[in-house]
Design a protein around this ligand. Structure first.
Ligand code: FAD
Ligand code: FES
Length: 290
């Protein structure tokens, strides 16, 4: 199994910090529209944020899907101190697009951004997903974990070798599946109760087993319990699997040690922001916490 993450050099050296201008903020889902036409939604609303790429920030060819940026609107002043990490959803034609869900104070404040507002962001950060054009590749996304796979599928030279299995709780219309390439089969499965969740885990196992038998590659991103389930099944079926961890972060560049996680083959914890967020499933301990 290749070890592309644990010994990787810190990625901070190739990242840059710039001030971006908000081009557009659009709420996705049944009540979609710009903030001017719809009030800030209830918690868990989903948003696409387009930022104008400033000079000097790496463009289309300068990033790997699975990498992320740290973002901090200028208007936060000292009220919200720390920047927040977001996967690069798309970086095309001079636009950096993020897809985010409102879960707390920072993301709620982001959902009130207006065109012309300024945000500071640094990146691209971290280690992205493996890309093996000829290998059948299964993308497992849980909820907002869809974000990095939009960029992954759009950048993939043979999207017909990809398949997305997408688990979600909110309505599927909350997610911009229309941004994904048409050639890639998508299966979406909603879980609103314990029975549906149990069926979803059975479906996950069936697919992981199938890709293990085909010597395929499996990539997963989503909430912690989802990643733990994928990790357990990947170990059980010896499937080549990478997981993208969404640990809390403060600096994003390896300086604060706020994001560390335990690994299976190193005595010291590793920094998720620079040595991840993508790890081979067998290399990380996900612990018992949700
Ligand atoms: C590498 C990486 C990529 C990410 N990509 C995306 C993305 O593309 N889109 C997106 O919507 N979110 C993404 N996240 C999660 C995002 O950073 C958090 O949702 C955000 O920081 C929450 O900020 P807040 O101020 O709104 O929440 P807070 O007020 O800080 O916390 C509110 C709630 O959110 C939870 N939370 C906070 N940070 C995280 C986190 N990192 N992961 C999971 N739960 C968290 C808290 O435990 C709490 O329950 C990513 C995180 C990482 C580490
Ligand atoms: S977020 Fe600071 S070291 Fe990782």
């Amino acid at each position: 199994m290749p070890d592309n993450t644990l010994m990787a050099a810190d990625a901070a050296s190739s990242s840059v910090c710039r001030e971006f201008t908000v081009l557009e903020l659009r709420r996705t889902g049944p009540e979609s529209g710009s903030p001017a036409h719809s009030p800030v939604g209830p918690d868990q609303s989903h948003w696409l944020l387009d930022l104008d790429l400033p000079a000097g920030f790496p463009g289309d060819a300068g990033w790997t899907p699975g990498q992320f940026v740290m973002l901090r609107p200028v208007s936060w002043s000292l009220e919200l101190l720390w920047a927040r990490p977001f996967s690069i959803c798309m970086l095309e034609n001079g636009i950096l697009r993020l897809f985010f869900q409102v879960v707390g104070r920072g993301t709620r404040a982001m959902s009130a951004l207006r065109p012309g507002d300024r945000v500071v962001a640094w990146g691209p950060l971290g280690q992205g997903f493996a890309l093996e054009p000829e290998t059948p590749t299964l993308l497992l996304a849980g909820g907002i974990g869809l974000a990095p796979f939009i960029g992954y599928a759009r950048r993939h030279p043979q999207p017909e070798t990809l398949r997305l299995f997408f688990g979600h709780r909110p309505e599927v219309a909350e997610y911009p599946l229309d941004l994904l390439p048409q050639e890639m089969p998508i299966e979406a499965s909603r879980q609103t109760c314990a029975e549906e969740l149990a069926c979803f885990v059975d479906d996950l196992e069936r697919r992981i087993k199938e890709y293990a038998a085909r010597q395929g590659l499996i990539l997963a991103c989503g909430p912690h319990p989802f990643l733990r389930a994928v990790q357990g099944l990947a170990m059980k079926h010896r499937a080549r699997t990478q997981l993208s961890l969404e640990n809390r972060m403060a600096c994003g560049v390896g300086a604060c040690l706020g994001c560390v996680t335990e690994t299976t083959n190193q005595t010291l914890p590793v920094k998720v922001c620079t040595q991840g967020p993508v790890f081979w499933a067998e290399d990380v301990h996900l612990g018992g916490e949700a």
